[in-house]
Design a protein around this ligand. Structure first.
Ligand code: AMP
Ligand code: MG
Length: 409
């Protein structure tokens, strides 16, 4: 029987994962596909933005020197957005202009139509503008040559907007990791394919891991559920290795006789970085490398699989994409009651969060069994309860990893 040779602590395991995770190659991604990726280099403004002086309102462009209240102006041309006026503004003249229209030569102010007698061939001024009124200056947003986005910035909707204003159609980003997900277990049945026979369960882990990996920005796909048979496993893992930057398996990685994932990986040339973390839920986690590929053997219990994904696989995927925010946010939480940890290892306890005057109140989501999938849907955070035998007194602040950022808003 194989036993854990050496269990390591959670921070050590996280460090080993991050240290051994490469940045993926840089590629030019079309704007529409860059969401969630990180810029591989600084982005420089190619033009002044806006590129020309333009109107902030609908109204009339005129010379502020002429603009006494009560004066009547002659409208000599128009300048809608995209169609500059053909002539310039002279004394007592105005050019009809709309938001985004180029300020005509001669004009140094725009009066809103609301501050005139209205649209027409002529109008009377009701309020006089000062020079520059309602004019958006060329380059007031960004100037040609400025660094508009720094390397490492995560590309979100605002970054896409800014890049597009500068004419960028593609962005230099670290490419998305290709994740192949393989669940293992003879008892597993694909949902919605047939009824369960005695002893069988539906495979939930591979779907959950694909979803979580996609959420992290990876390109994830599910292989299938492989049975606990040595040859089947070997074939499946070989297939996963063909195209993956990261292989994530679930199940079959503990010390049971049917737990063949680790030995199969090793037989395929995977180098073990660690196997076994002093941590609950998820003690049997395996992590190894083969050339540029990273392999995570998650435990089969669904809660362990998801917690291990979150704490180890997710940061690795984020790191591969060059994301600065590879770790989930951490906050201090407190409990209303004393908490004991009887497991003798760090307990990442599923808790819900409530904001109170004293800070974040954590409450266990209930039973902490690692097969309780429903508990995951209730967890906002993982409170990190150390193994000290005295436990944690009520009110004492402890660190928690936030799973649902929206809770913090
Ligand atoms: P194992 O790590 O293979 O010993 O599995 C531990 C527990 O997790 C067993 O009860 C398995 O039936 C269950 N399990 C393993 N893989 C999955 C999966 N893909 N989806 C849901 N449950 C699983
Ligand atoms: Mg199993």
């Amino acid at each position: 029987m194989q036993l854990f040779e050496k269990l390591i602590e959670y921070p050590e395991a996280e460090r080993l994962v991050l240290e051994s995770t490469p940045l993926l190659p840089v590629e030019e991604k079309p704007l529409g596909e860059a969401l969630g990726l990180a810029l591989a280099r600084d982005l420089t403004a190619t033009t002044d933005s806006p590129p020309f002086d333009n109107s902030a309102v609908d109204g009339y462009a005129l010379r502020s020197a002429d603009a006494e209240v009560g004066r009547v102006f002659r409208v000599v041309d128009e300048a809608p957005a995209g169609r500059p006026a053909k002539r310039s503004v002279g004394e007592g003249e105005a050019i009809k202009i709309f938001t985004g229209g180029v300020i005509p030569e001669g004009a140094d102010a725009v009066v809103m139509v609301e501050n005139t007698s209205g649209w027409g061939e002529e109008f009377e001024l009701k309020k006089s503008p000062t020079p520059g009124t309602n004019i958006r200056d060329a380059g007031e947003d960004t100037r040609k040559g400025d660094i508009i986005l720094g390397a490492g910035t995560e590309v979100g909707a605002p970054e896409i907007a800014l890049a597009a204003t500068q004419g960028y159609g593609v962005l230099p980003v670290y490419r998305r990791p290709r994740v192949v997900v393989l669940s293992t277990g003879t008892e597993l049945v694909e949902p919605d394919t047939r009824d369960l026979q005695p002893g069988e369960i539906f495979d939930s882990n591979s779907y959950a891991v694909v979803a979580a990996a996609s959420e992290a920005g990876a390109e994830a796909r599910r292989l299938y559920a492989a049975s606990d048979d040595a040859q089947t496993l070997r074939t499946a893992i070989e297939e996963a290795l063909l195209s993956a930057d990261v292989v994530v398996t679930s199940g079959g990685v503990s010390v049971g006789e049917k737990d063949l994932v680790k030995s199969t990986m090793l037989a395929l040339g995977v180098e073990q970085v660690f196997w076994g973390v002093k941590f609950k839920p998820g003690k049997p986690l395996f992590y190894g490398t083969r050339d540029e590929t990273r392999l995570f053997g998650l435990p089969g219990n669904p809660v362990s699989a998801m917690v291990c994904f979150d704490l180890f696989v997710r940061p690795a995927l984020m790191r591969m994409m060059g994301r600065e925010d590879k770790r989930r946010p951490r906050i201090l939480v407190y409990f209303e009651r004393d908490i004991v940890n009887k497991f003798g290892r760090l307990h990442a306890m599923r808790v819900s969060l409530k904001r109170t005057q004293r800070g974040w109140l954590a409450e266990s989501v209930g039973a902490q069994g690692s097969g309780l999938v429903s508990s995951l849907t209730k967890a906002d955070a993982l409170a990190l309860i150390g193994p000290a035998s005295e436990g944690i007194p009520a009110g004492e602040p402890i660190e928690a990893i936030v799973l649902r950022d929206e809770k913090l808003q």
